[in-house]
Write a protein that binds this ligand. Structure first.
Ligand SMILES: [Zn+2]
Length: 110
């Protein structure tokens, strides 16, 4: 799996964790991995940013990247997602690759 694909699946997982824990009542149609409207849009945005990353598969960690590609509103939402899901993900998905990605993402969007 490439870096981009890897990061996409990680982001999808984290937003899913955050949404199910924080927006369950808002998302009345919440089922399985279904996201509420806000989170679905945030995920869509995040995936688009990754698709648009000019570094492609050679992309450095987002922390090291000089391009601030998130808009302020999305960056703020993603910070909340990371704050919630980051530590929980480390615990429930103790995979080296995942841990590595998580360690990179929060710094990038702070
Ligand atoms: Zn949500």
């Amino acid at each position: 799996m490439g870096r981009i694909a890897n990061q996409k699946s990680t982001i999808r997982l984290m937003i899913g964790m955050y949404c199910s824990a924080n927006h369950r009542e808002k998302a009345s149609a919440y089922r399985g991995d279904k996201l509420c409207g806000d989170c679905a849009r945030l995920l869509e945005y995040a995936l688009t940013r990754l698709d648009c990353c000019p570094h492609g598969e050679a992309k450095p960690s987002c922390r090291q990247c000089k391009i601030h590609c998130y808009r302020p509103a999305e960056r703020e939402k993603m910070r909340s997602v990371m704050r919630y899901a980051g530590p929980r993900m480390m615990f429930t998905h103790p995979i080296a690759a995942v841990r590595h990605i998580i360690s990179e993402l929060p710094r990038r969007i702070k």
